[in-house]
Design a protein around this ligand. Structure first.
Ligand code: CP
Length: 375
């Protein structure tokens, strides 16, 4: 009986797989449309409702995703709803859609990356787009070509969407000013990393069903962290309370305690980790960015690990069902102990996995929002 059931299940899997292949093959045999007018098939969440509205309406008119400080709760919720659908696609035997067939996504990375670059590439390919990877090393940037000239060259070569990572804060804004195509910030200097924050918020929502009322503690090198800034905007927009905690030398000067403190980010500040971690729902240590330390901000890594490292004893004082997050890459033994980083409360791998569904959703929503402009 068990063997028959297993054979039946396998047959059903094969039938599902064949149907998925057939739908992709039939899409592949359609007449090739000119690149700039290739149609984009809406996901079910963007179907028109009885009131004529679409679920993706908050994204209409949005051209770029450069930061989250100008993104509303409604826009974030549409990203999540679309990511839920992308997750369903990702659970299929062949996790691909023909949606962006005939369109090109260019990953323009001036700084190293594993998670973000690969997940943007996988996401765009899953949506059927062509993907071109350009890194500073090996491109004409090495011969002195400027950022603006590089971007205009990529536009002339047919890019429909640019994903930009740069070591300088603001570089994706410069790119957006000098192109007609959509730009997604994949991390700029110490400024912003919007898709990381969206996938972080999505992962929290998967665990708790909401962010409203949750307490989130982000620990460490806040001064250099684009993730901390973007997380604060996203989590706050969704109703969570955010606290930044770290040594004074690793906090932005505008956040240091003082009578005239004027924080530009929606987060409070704590200097004592052992007090701040009590009963929080989410603990997120940040990587100590050794490449961005200047002027001896850190006494020593051993001292840092003692005072601000997340270890098992500390994590046990958080809420009973608290989760441990990290945007990666991790310095294990510095900001987080290895047994905690890979322990039962860790959702670090889920963050990475969710990055694909979230980036598929962002690429899809921007391409939908700007489809009329490209036609
Ligand atoms: N979290 C993050 O941006 O990782 P990468 O630098 O590997 O892309």
């Amino acid at each position: 009986m068990a063997t028959e059931r297993a054979t039946g299940t396998r047959k059903a899997d094969i039938a599902k797989e064949e149907a998925a292949i057939a739908s992709i093959v039939s899409a592949d045999t359609e007449a090739e449309a000119p690149r700039t007018t290739a149609a984009i098939e809406p996901m079910p969440s963007t179907d028109h409702g009885p009131d004529g509205q679409t679920a993706a309406d908050p994204w209409v008119g949005r051209r770029h995703l450069l930061d989250l400080d100008d993104v509303s709760r409604e826009e974030i919720e549409v990203v999540f709803q679309t990511a839920d659908e992308m997750k369903e696609v990702l659970s299929r035997p062949i996790p691909r859609l023909p949606t962006l067939r005939g369109h090109s996504v260019v990953n323009l990375f001036y700084e190293p990356s594993t998670r973000t670059r690969v997940s943007f590439e996988v996401s765009a390919k899953n949506l059927g787009a062509d993907v071109i990877n350009v890194t500073a090393s090996g491109s004409s940037v090495e011969k002195g070509e400027t950022l603006v000239d590089t971007v205009q060259t990529l536009q002339a070569l047919g890019a429909d969407l640019l994903v930009v990572r740069h070591k300088d804060s603001g570089a994706p804004y410069t790119v957006a000013q000098h192109t007609d195509i959509s730009v997604v910030n994949a991390g700029d200097g110490t400024h912003a990393h919007p898709t990381q924050a969206l996938l972080d918020a999505y992962t929290i929502r998967e665990h708790f069903g909401r962010l409203d009322g949750l307490r989130v503690l982000i620990v460490g090198d806040i001064a250099h962290s684009r993730v901390a800034r973007s997380d604060a905007w996203a989590f706050n927009a969704l109703g969570a309370q955010v606290t930044f905690c770290g040594p004074p030398t690793l906090l932005p000067p505008t956040m240091l305690p003082g009578k005239r403190r004027c924080s530009p980010w929606p987060a409070s500040v704590a200097l004592d980790l052992d007090a701040a971690i009590k009963d929080v729902d989410v603990v997120m240590p940040l990587r100590v960015q050794l490449e961005r330390q200047e002027g001896g901000r850190l006494a020593s890594l051993r001292e840092y690990a003692r005072d601000f490292g997340i270890n098992r004893a500390r994590l046990e004082t958080a809420a009973r069902d608290a989760i441990l997050m990290h945007p990666g890459p991790m310095n294990e033994g510095v900001e987080v102990d290895p047994d905690v980083a890979h322990g039962e409360r860790s959702v670090v791998q889920e963050q990475v996995t969710n990055g694909v569904a979230i980036r598929m959703a962002v690429i899809y929503l921007l391409m939908m929002a700007t489809a009329g402009r490209r036609a």
